[in-house]
Design a binder for this molecule. Structure first.
Ligand code: CTP
Length: 406
């Protein structure tokens, strides 16, 4: 249907980029990017007139999103060429042919396109050796200034290398190293670096990419003390194991796996160093709190748990609950990953599986019907009730009522 609308408008349309790359690699990818030689927004609007979908247009970028009834989205862009007035800045954009549009992209493997118009439907466009590099498992830039124009590509190159099991070509590594040496990473804003790190931490196994970032000097550029050298292979593997384990529990509460890995990366740093990193990356306030005060609390609590485990402390479930109840799940999983004490790990996993979601059965109106006037006393009663429930001293609602009246 896309090609038919292109034919009707006399415009050439193509599916491009990651979708085509992954199609040739036989990997799943539902991000469909369409490029139109001409006005992408007019194309999207015409498409929506004929087929049942909505359009969200971004005039500034000459792009649009087609949104179908089932929520499926297709990005539509106008073929364009970009040039950079200065390194690291956002590009200046002009309309262009598909070939120029593909030329502005990061790596050869992302420059493949498939024609969608009737007579040419299904033809593969490969102007820059993308297929060859897919076969040779190589990540290669298209021209010498690629990393200089957009230094976030250094992170992307490493992410693709590890995700696809590819390697950067020699010349590309050389260009990357020169760009690092010449300080071009300083040209990218904090949030863009942060975003690239999060994308890497969202990959299924981020450790190899982290090692590569370290080796090529990208971590040290974020902060001189940032490194994965202190981490054994086991730490990230344990983090991955903890996250996978948690996801299999289906608690209904999602965990942001990237935060668990990020905490591992920061595990050797002190409060001040982490603050500098948080600032350098201009993290949003909620992440600032997570990597600041919540991380500090998690470290303190983990130390207590490890210490008590070493003393063979006999935990009551209410003790465990009191210690861990305010920690975000990502901090708990990090604790499981980082601790070397099996007993401490078991304590945290027991909390997650059995204690974290325990609630008492009585509600405010039950206390009211017992003749208790609402006030701070309610909080105390509920806390006490939760403790006895956690320790198995009450089971039914009647037990709870009895406990309160006593
Ligand atoms: N791109 C680029 N330079 C960047 C970011 C993106 O040239 N700094 C180009 C790439 O060629 C890419 C396209 O824009 O194919 C779309 O970007 P994105 O959706 O991030 O890339 P995908 O290849 O789809 O990657 P992913 O599979 O991670 O979504």
């Amino acid at each position: 249907t896309i090609g038919a609308v292109g034919d009707a408008l006399g415009r050439s349309v193509f599916v491009v980029g990651g979708f085509v790359r992954d199609l040739l690699l036989r990997q799943e990818n539902f991000d469909v990017d369409i490029v139109v030689e001409g006005d992408g927004i007019a194309f999207a609007e015409e498409y929506a007139r004929r087929y049942d979908c909505r359009v969200r247009a971004h005039k500034k970028f000459a792009t649009a999103v087609l949104i179908f009834a089932d929520g499926f989205k297709v990005d539509v862009a106008s073929a364009r060429t970009e040039y950079y007035l200065e390194p690291g800045a956002l590009p200046t954009v002009e309309n262009a042919s598909i070939k120029l549009d593909l030329y502005r992209r990061d790596f050869t493997i992302n420059t493949l396109a498939i024609a969608l118009n009737g007579p040419h439907f299904g033809e593969l466009l490969d102007y820059f050796g993308g297929q060859n590099d897919l076969r040779g498992k190589a990540i290669r830039v298209l021209h010498n200034l690629s990393f200089v124009e957009d230094p976030t590509r250094m992170f992307r190159a490493i992410r693709f290398e590890q995700r696809l099991g590819f390697q950067m070509g020699r010349h590309t590594v050389h260009l990357l190293k020169s760009a690092v040496r010449m300080g071009f990473l300083d040209k990218i804003s904090g949030p863009r670096v942060f975003n690239e790190l999060v994308l890497i931490f969202r990959e299924s196994d981020p450790l190899p990419a982290m090692r590569r970032l370290d080796e090529l000097g990208l971590l040290a550029f974020i902060h001189p003390t940032l490194s994965v050298r202190h981490l054994s292979d086991g730490t990230f593997a344990a983090a991955k194991q903890a996250v996978d384990w948690y996801e299999l529990l289906y608690t209904g509460e999602r965990c942001q796996r990237w935060k668990v890995f990020f905490l591992c990366l920061l595990s050797d740093l002190d409060h001040g160093e982490v603050q500098q990193i948080v600032q350098r990356l201009a993290m949003p306030p909620q992440c600032e709190e997570f990597f600041g005060s919540e991380r500090d609390a998690a470290t303190r609590i983990l130390n207590q748990i490890e210490w008590r485990s070493m003393q063979s402390y006999r935990w009551r479930d209410s003790d465990i609950h009191a210690l861990l109840k305010d920690l975000p799940v990502e901090a708990l999983l990090y604790g499981m990953a980082i601790t070397e004490h099996e007993e401490a790990r078991r304590t945290i996993s027991h909390f997650i599986t059995h204690l974290r979601h325990v609630k008492c059965l009585l509600r405010g109106h039950d206390l009211q019907s017992l003749g208790l006037a609402p006030g701070p006393i309610y909080r105390e009663i509920f806390d006490a009730l939760l403790d006895v429930r956690l320790d198995g001293q009450v089971v039914t609602r009647e037990d709870e009522l009895q406990f309160v009246t006593n």
